[in-house]
Design a protein around this ligand. Structure first.
Ligand SMILES: Cc1cc2nc3c(=O)[nH]c(=O)nc-3n(C[C@H](O)[C@H](O)[C@H](O)COP(=O)(O)O)c2cc1C
Length: 359
């Protein structure tokens, strides 16, 4: 199916890092693991981010933190996202990342300035930083001074409705040396509720010269193009719309580049991706972690397929990755027996939902 191409594909540059389309995968705690990032890159995400990792954990060489920052070469360009609030610690963590061997060094170091959860904001990190613009400036300038890797930030519109300082923060970031800013168009007080206020992404874009990446409530290729056109932003960051649907990036590129509307992934493509994701996770994180972490991914891959509720409940009681693979293969066999392997679930009209979201 064809529709009119709305905008030319405009590559984005974050300092020296070329990003070949506007559509990037968001940092997502508990979700943007290495296998999922690889699937997203394969399907056209132009850049990916690790989930947020603790700057203190990084300088202590904490094993879990080191596992979170590991990636495969074909995930590049990749950003490692740090959280923290102490400029000295953030600079030390930046040095740790800069001193990694070339194959482990990230392309971008991003700072989390949007996480709304209490555990993070009570330590003045995440969205709490938005209340202290001079601290933001100190963190970014100290980090930029110790590395040649571009330092970027992911922010929200402000702390609450009375303090929507996104324009001031974006300018402060640019002034302190940040190479780009990603904006989740909600305040901390809004968490994941209501609608994202895209107009404020446009206000920030008009105020700074660095690339601005818009984020919040983009679920379809049409949404993504509308965000680019109405705000003038350089990139679009996707979180929840990519859950169980790494193909969404390919659909966005096709619409933007060629005005083409691609078909949604079929039941068999979804189940095969689930099995591959699981296999990759077993190799990168081990059998135990993979079996646990895959439950949510599988629930997203099978969402909307016939009898998916039953299969989700079964998956949630599996104890090993092998058992999970058997279940998914049996499910595919069942769908094939009923001529449903090419079934595509209708896209849900429901809001993307809050989840126990952390960022
Ligand atoms: C499960 C979950 C985990 C998240 N983890 C992070 C994170 O580690 N760092 C971050 O900056 N934002 C995080 N976020 C926020 C997302 O990156 C994104 O800003 C938000 O989901 C809005 O975009 P969306 O509407 O495309 O999902 C998380 C969101 C969710 C739902």
């Amino acid at each position: 199916m064809k529709s009119t191409p709305s905008s030319a594909l405009k590559p984005m540059r974050i300092k020296d890092v070329a990003i070949d389309s506007p559509f990037v995968l968001a940092p997502l705690a508990g979700v943007s693991d290495s296998p999922f990032r690889q699937l997203a890159r394969e399907q056209g995400a132009a850049a990916v981010y690790t989930e947020m990792v603790s700057s203190e954990g990084l300088i202590r060489g904490n094993q879990a933190t080191m596992d979170y920052i590991a990636f495969e070469p074909h995930e590049r360009p990749i950003g490692i996202q740090l959280f923290g609030s102490d400029p000295a610690v953030m600079a030390d963590a930046t040095r740790v990342l800069s001193d990694l061997p070339a194959d482990k060094r990230p392309d971008i170091i991003d700072i989390n300035m949007g996480c709304p959860v209490r555990k993070v904001v009570t330590r003045n990190a995440g969205a709490a930083l938005l209340q202290n613009v001079s601290l933001i400036e100190q963190i970014v300038s100290r980090m930029s001074a110790v590395t040649d890797i571009p330092v970027t930030a992911k922010i929200r519109l402000g702390w609450d409705g009375e303090s929507r300082n996104v324009v001031e923060v974006s300018k402060a970031l640019e002034g302190a040396g940040a190479a780009a800013v990603a904006i989740h168009a909600r305040t901390r007080a809004e968490k994941f509720e209501g609608h994202a206020h895209w107009d404020m992404i446009g206000e920030a874009k008009r105020a700074v010269g660095i690339p601005v990446i818009g984020n919040g409530d983009v679920r379809t290729p049409e949404d993504a193009i509308r965000m680019l056109e109405t705000t003038g932003c350089d990139g679009v960051m996707l979180g929840r719309a990519a859950f169980g649907d790494p193909w969404v990036f390919k659909r966005m590129r096709a619409l933007l580049e060629r005005g083409e509307v691609l078909a949604l992934p079929t039941a068999s493509e979804r189940l095969e991706a689930g099995v591959r994701h699981l296999g990759m996770l077993v190799r990168s994180a081990g059998e135990h972690v993979a079996a646990k972490e895959m439950r949510k991914h599988v629930a997203w891959y099978i969402k909307g397929l016939p009898n998916s509720h039953r299969v989700r409940n079964q998956v949630n009681t599996t104890r090993s990755a092998a058992e999970m693979v058997d279940l998914l293969q049996a499910y595919l066999g069942e769908l094939e027996a009923n001529g449903l392997e090419a079934f595509t679930p209708e896209p849900s009209e429901a809001p993307l939902g809050g989840m126990r979201a952390s960022g």
